[in-house]
Design a protein around this ligand. Sequence first.
Ligand code: CA
Length: 220
Amino acid sequence: MRILLTEDDPILGEGIYTGLKQEGYTVDWVKNATSADELLQSECYDVAILDLGLPDISGLELLKRLRARQEVLPVLILTARDTIADRVEGLDSGADDYMIKPFDLDELSARLRVLIRRSGGRASNIIEHDALQLDPASHNVTLDGVVIDISPREFSVLQMLLENIGRVLSRSRLEEGLYSWHTDVESNAIEVHIHHLRKKLGPKMIRTIRGVGYIIDKAK
Ligand code: CA
């Protein structure tokens, strides 16, 4: 899962960046709205966290531009101003949720899980597929009730495939979800993660579509 964090406060930004990376998210952190806007148009994210008070244009203006492009990306806004009018304006401008500074990182993380779940159209935070269960909160994966030992990157690949069940994800889409934009990715990195996942989950769960990508089929 890949997050765009736009926050100009270095201490708060560093705290969120480090905390979310420890939770296994891939995080791109920028400190102004112009950089955020560029990345939103060139990269693929699962959620955006957007501070409203930014040095160039306001977070609200950026949010309005994003929604004007018909982008449905879930957006959580961070605001220092706790007035009802500000919150209403944020939500009316297309925010999906908001947090008022100062806030607790665990709560931010829980709200992000809810946004990701909703954008995947699921009613429960836990993703179930046949005998497989994946819990984004605890990073637990079980198969037939047995806990599977899985690396953070393997977990992310599996979560992306399960969030997009029945749809083929290309190697580059999986790479984008897994690595930030300044990372050099080994050309076979995704194949290696898929190989390990198949060893742990059985050979049939993840199908290769030659020349296109990978898919987990809908349960029958
Ligand atoms: Ca700010």
